[in-house]
Ligand binder design. Structure first.
Ligand code: GLA
Length: 774
């Protein structure tokens, strides 16, 4: 799976090869990243420079083919003629920025090369191999270890770099990328996943042309602005066809991804820690490790690429003890009560939730100190006895007695200036003497560069966890970082990365001490949705936005890089708190079910008929939970902006969600084509029966009823609480081949006539279809 042959390094996964070679001058030339090759083909991928180009600098005098600027390299330096964007910028012992790293030796290992301080993909199976290629600077004893790992089953290659200073003088790293690669073609689109609070991970695509494009974050975390994961796709690539390369970073801090098209049409790609405000001194004998960059490739479209990443995250990133483990159905108290609750209210909600089939009750913000709004008490994790007279243990016991697990919210990295913690330890908060610190959500960030602060946080969390039976923690982080300063680091350029190392240390301690505690991370929703956090927490609260129509974009964006098992998705009330959009309960569930399902609402406001529906939804989700959470995931090429189709498949079960965000007058007929079915087997496809509120018909309902009732009157409102109208269902038996070809759906309501065989979707309507082999 990794071999060295005639100066070529050949890495292989199940379906891919990654190949580079040692040039006679010592640099590493990138040769190939793509689907598996027949051995010995490598020569055709070598650069064919025959006469050089004007203005280029020759690395070896008189030999134009050594012009670094014209080669497809695996890594580069500065000051030797490669004028493309450099992956490394180091102030060398002689005070210059010139570095020239060339090949020294290599080693091949089983498994991964462990890291002392950073989360690194887990080996987890026998088919993981690593390669370390050692490069040495031509002038100084400064070494770059280029680490490559091939994850055979997931079709992922990972890369990272460790730099070590063997010189007597200190060096200063100003930029060091985890990965750089030059590809010989540049006709790609760049796809990024961008947004902000309540609009995370929206997919954006732009064509690449001559120049440099940067996707990054400078907020202190991986951010909701630009996810660290990017995709490069050939122009005609779609979900099931075409070439694409996905790149992600196992890191939760400021990240940086650059794509540059050179003046000769080569494409340079790199990712790593953002060089913004970064400086890292290294004394003799010291090393610096970059986070791990992960790459995958598909020539069968985006779905295959995503499926590789999904398999990779589920097998090599998330904590072992939660891999392939069913995730519980949650009820979270936040949107139900915000800060306004007491034990009685919580238990009454929990009781209702347990009757509906909920398995985990999560008490969100507001349970400690004087935390009655978001202006105060962050950092004071002593239970508010006024709200919870029985204490956390009393509440946790009662929740457990109801047959559910108990979860608790923390925001351990933060402090409100109005808190006991800040009164006692103002020096724990990040701020600069002589400057008024900028607040975000009325809070300051704790200085995780300070060991005392880290110990304090760990102790605080432990003391809570040891006092009550807490099965789950929602770990929040609700602001970006400003006023970057810590007196605990020798150089302020170390600040952002040291913060993240501090965070990883805290998370490691907690997860080691409480291996069965499931952590869901959150950062105002998806402000820190990255592989670094997933290493400690198997799921992430994807967005504070639970409007299903918005979630279609957010969850679909995330699905390109992250599996459904990581995407926490809740059903909340309608009209939605952020969009005021009124969506059917069925659609809220149908969207959330393609993730880790939860409910986040006060069941007091749910009518008896809706409660019945929720109970049915939870039953369905539990029946097919593994398919929803771990099934192979497919996005369908959308026929227009108003429709989306997703499918999940596990063994003999396939579930398809058909979503319509806007209805058309007299809509087109529809055909559904299922994917991944065995051609010669027989399947039964049934739609999941869902009903519609009578009010959806407005005054038309009076035409359907035998008696005349005011469609908007009190009697109708009363009836609506107990009665809904059945929507048309489908039940089809056919071969895999026929269903792959597509089966015709019953017509949608076309403005006239209605019977129980007419599908009604309307705006925001959706339908689940379940196909099972029979
Ligand atoms: C953030 C989270 C929410 C909730 C609140 C509590 O906004 O994203 O889910 O936990 O904090 O203050």
């Amino acid at each position: 799976m990794i071999k060295f042959e005639k100066s070529n390094f050949i890495l292989a996964t199940k379906d891919l090869n990654y190949i580079f070679r040692v040039l006679p001058t010592g640099q590493l030339e990138h040769l190939y990243f793509g689907s598996k090759l027949i051995d010995q083909d490598y020569e055709v991928f070598q650069s064919k420079i025959t006469a050089g180009a004007g203005s280029t600098i020759e690395y070896v005098e008189g030999e134009h083919k050594t012009a670094l600027d014209l080669l497809t390299l695996e890594y580069s330096g500065i000051g030797k003629g490669d004028y493309r964007i450099s992956p490394i910028e180091v102030k060398m012992p002689d005070g210059t920025f010139v570095s020239d790293f060339v090949y020294d030796s290599y080693e091949i290992h089983d498994g991964v090369v462990e890291s002392k301080e950073l989360p690194i993909s887990r080996a987890n199976d026998q088919k993981v191999k690593s390669l370390i290629v050692k490069l040495i600077d031509r002038k100084f004893k400064i070494e770059l270890k280029m680490i490559y790992t091939a994850f055979f089953n997931s079709n992922v290659i990972s890369r990272r770099v460790i730099i070590s200073n063997g010189d007597d003088k200190e060096i200063v790293i100003r930029k060091i990328m985890s990965m750089m690669v030059d590809l010989p073609e540049s006709d790609y689109d760049l796809i990024t996943f961008d947004g902000g609070w309540i609009k995370e991970s929206h997919k954006n695509k732009r064509p690449l042309t001559y120049g440099t494009y940067i996707n990054d974050s400078v907020t202190g975390n991986s951010s909701n602005r630009h996810n660290p994961g990017i995709i490069l796709a050939k122009k005609d690539t779609h979900e099931d066809y075409g070439v694409c390369i996905g790149i992600n970073l196992v890191y939760s801090g400021n990240h940086y991804e650059a794509v540059q098209i050179s003046n000769h049409g080569l494409m340079r790609v790199m990712n790593g820690i953002n060089p913004h405000c970064f400086e890292w001194p290294l004394k003799k004998g010291q090393s610096f490790e970059t986070p791990e960059s992960v790459l995958s490739y598909s020539n069968q479209g985006f779905n295959t690429l995503s499926q590789s990443f999904h398999e990779f995250v589920n097998t090599h990133i998330t904590p072992r003890q939660f891999q392939n483990v069913s995730r519980p159905v949650v009820l979270n108290s936040w949107e139900a009560f915000f800060f306004d609750f007491n034990q009685r209210k919580l238990e009454s909600l929990a009781k209702k939730a347990s009757k509906l089939g909920v398995e985990l009750f999560v008490l969100d913000d507001g349970w400690f100190g004087s935390r009655n709004d978001d202006h105060q008490a962050l950092g004071d994790y002593d239970v508010n006895r006024k709200k919870l007279p029985g204490g956390l243990d009393g509440l946790a016991n009662n929740i457990h007695k109801m047959g559910m697990k108990f979860g608790l919210w923390f925001e351990p990295e933060m402090v409100n200036p109005k808190s006991k913690l800040y009164e006692n330890h103002p020096e724990y908060a990040i701020q600069i003497e002589g400057r008024k610190p900028a607040l975000g959500r009325n809070q300051l960030v704790l200085d995780l560069c300070n060991k005392e602060v880290r110990t304090y946080i760990v102790e605080q969390i432990k003391s809570v966890l040891n006092h009550a039976q807490i099965d789950f923690v929602k770990w929040d982080m609700n602001r970006h970082i400003t006023d970057m300063y810590s007196s605990f680091i020798p150089n302020q350029g170390m600040f952002f990365h040291s913060y993240i190392l501090g965070l990883y240390e805290i998370l490691s301690e907690i997860t080691t001490e409480y291996p069965n505690l499931m952590i869901e991370t959150c950062s105002s929703g998806g402000n820190r949705y990255d592989l670094g956090m997933l290493y400690y927490s198997p799921q992430i609260w994807a967005s504070d936005n639970t409007d299903p129509i918005e979630r279609l974009e957010i969850q679909e964006g995330l699905s390109y890089l992250y599996p459904q098992s990581t995407i926490s998705a809740h059903v909340s009330l309608a009209p939605h708190a952020q969009t005021l959009r009124k969506t059917p309960l069925s659609t809220r569930f149908n969207v959330a079910s393609f993730g880790v399902l939860g409910y986040e609402l006060d069941l007091k406001y749910i009518s008896p008929i809706e409660k019945k529906e929720i109970k049915k939804q939870i039953e369905l989700y539990k029946t097919y939970r593994d398919v929803f959470q771990y099934g192979k995931y497919y996005r369908f090429n959308s026929k227009d902006d108003h429709h989306k189709i997703w499918q999940v498949s596990l063994k003999d079960t396939h579930i398809l969600g058909n979503f319509q965000t806007l209805s058309n007058a007299s809509p087109n007929f529809e055909t559904l084509k299922l994917k991944d079915l065995e051609q010669d087997e027989t399947y039964q496809v049934s739609s999941y029966g869902q009903s519609m509120p009578i009010s959806d018909f407005g005054h038309l309902i009076s035409h359907a009823l035998p008696i005349k009732i005011n469609a908007y009157g009190a009697i109708m409102r009363m009836i609506a609480k107990y009665k809904q109208l059945d929507n048309a269902t489908e039940d089809v038996i056919a071969s895999g081949k026929a269903l792959n070809h597509g089966f015709r759906l019953k017509q949608q309501f076309m403005g006239t006539g209605y019977n129980d065989q007419t599908r009604i979707l309307g705006d925001y309507g959706s339908q689940l279809y379940i196909a099972k082999k029979i």
